[in-house]
Design a protein around this ligand. Structure first.
Ligand code: CDP
Length: 201
């Protein structure tokens, strides 16, 4: 049986953590779609052509830990503006979403463009300060010099670019359940997500 859970939201809102936990709980497969854009952004940053990279992405390169870096985040959101790049990544995401046994996809446009018919849709948010604090703690592990203010500015710039672009902008699907994780622990946020998905089963 196919069952798609679409989880969207702005940068570092907690959607990745929630998506992984929901997938583990229900025994569904999980796809972090941001990694696809990061994979493209990483190679475009080195001078390659965005569309050629998007058409030839291979799974192994998405395992590179460097894709999580702050500079790659910016390049990911720059290539994500290009409609031809988004189109090249569409079929793979849709096929993943309809695989037998259930799938959770997290990103920006899953409930609106990739899987408008998803059985369950969540839109995960958190305040700017909360999101920047979380991402700052993550990035400090690989970049001890990075400051909170740099991370906050990066998130705001990407949110603006992601929300204002004309191709698949970051906007909640009308039928998405909204979860604001600002004042929630991970356990509380995951529990809220699991109960919203369970209601749709
Ligand atoms: O982890 P974080 O929320 O910081 O970012 P991400 O989910 O890895 O996504 C990186 C960038 O890819 C975003 O800023 C978006 O520009 C783009 N993206 C997108 O356009 N559509 C998606 N479905 C997922 C990511």
């Amino acid at each position: 049986m196919a069952f798609t859970v679409a989880i969207d939201g702005p940068a570092a809102s907690g959607k990745g953590t929630i998506a992984r936990a929901v997938a583990a709980h229900f025994g569904f497969a999980h796809l972090d779609t941001g990694l696809l854009y990061r994979g493209v952004g990483f190679r475009v940053m080195q001078g390659e052509d965005p569309l050629t990279v998007a058409q030839n992405l291979v799974a192994e390169e998405l395992e590179n830990p460097d894709l999580r870096g702050a500079q790659v985040s910016q390049w990911a959101s720059k290539v994500a503006v290009l409609p031809e790049v988004r189109a090249a990544l569409l079929d793979f995401q849709r096929a993943f979403a309809r695989r037998l046994g259930g799938a959770v996809l997290d990103g920006r446009d899953i409930g609106t463009v990739i899987c408008p018919g998803a059985e369950a849709k969540l839109f995960v948010t958190a305040s700017d300060a909360t999101r920047a604090g979380r991402r700052h703690r993550e990035l400090l592990r690989s970049d001890p010099e990075i400051t909170f203010d740099t991370v906050l500015a990066d998130l705001r710039e990407r949110d603006r670019r992601d929300s204002e672009r004309s191709a698949a902008p970051l906007v909640p699907a009308e039928d998405a359940v909204r979860i604001d994780t600002s004042d929630m622990s991970i356990e509380e946020a995951v529990a809220a997500a699991i109960s919203a998905v369970a209601e749709r089963q």
